[in-house]
Design a protein around this ligand. Sequence first.
Ligand SMILES: Cc1cc2nc3c(=O)[nH]c(=O)nc-3n(C[C@H](O)[C@H](O)[C@H](O)COP(=O)(O)O)c2cc1C
Length: 191
Amino acid sequence: MTEQAVTEQAMTEPAVTGQARKPFLYVVVCAAGIAADVSKLITAAQERDWEVGVIATPVAMNGFFDTAAVAALTGRPIRSAWRTPADPRPFPPPDAVVAAPATFNTVNKWAAGIADTLALATLCEAYGLGVPIAVLPCVADALAAHPAYRDSLLRLRAMGVRFGEPYAGEAGEDGGRPDFGWERALDLLDR
Ligand SMILES: Cc1cc2nc3c(=O)[nH]c(=O)nc-3n(C[C@H](O)[C@H](O)[C@H](O)COP(=O)(O)O)c2cc1C
């Protein structure tokens, strides 16, 4: 861990030495409607032998998913705000980071290097930590057409961030939404 790794994520507890632990996956959850199903990703990751810690944006914490159910599923509190210096470090360092669903807002702020939430700081820092990063965006086509978003994708891809196929989340003619394919994030990490 370098001195530059100054955000909360870099200040997580060190790995326990001499004791095997499962690889630890940070799942960053943004405020998209599809976040209601994020437990599918967590369950799939656990089945692939990841231990999971969830870091949600402040907006996502406000009704976008069942925070109590997700905390119970991971066995850890969901993180969204920075801890105080006196608080213990709740998560070990990440072995990989997934952002799913990733919003237009978070993708653009991340690419610009903005770290004004714990979720964004986690994403910004993951690059410097050198861990694999996978992203499943959920962005409507009308927003995805914005030049800033295209630039953000280019910049993040150039940093080695692995993106799933675009997903607009719009309902089809039958009123149903296409499958989000949560496991794509885990497949991207395996690449
Ligand atoms: C019900 C609802 C669903 C939303 N779904 C999306 C979405 O799928 N993708 C997206 O980029 N923004 C979506 N938004 C807008 C974001 O919540 C908004 O841009 C927010 O500022 C994103 O914050 P975050 O990136 O910090 O999570 C949705 C908003 C609401 C109220």
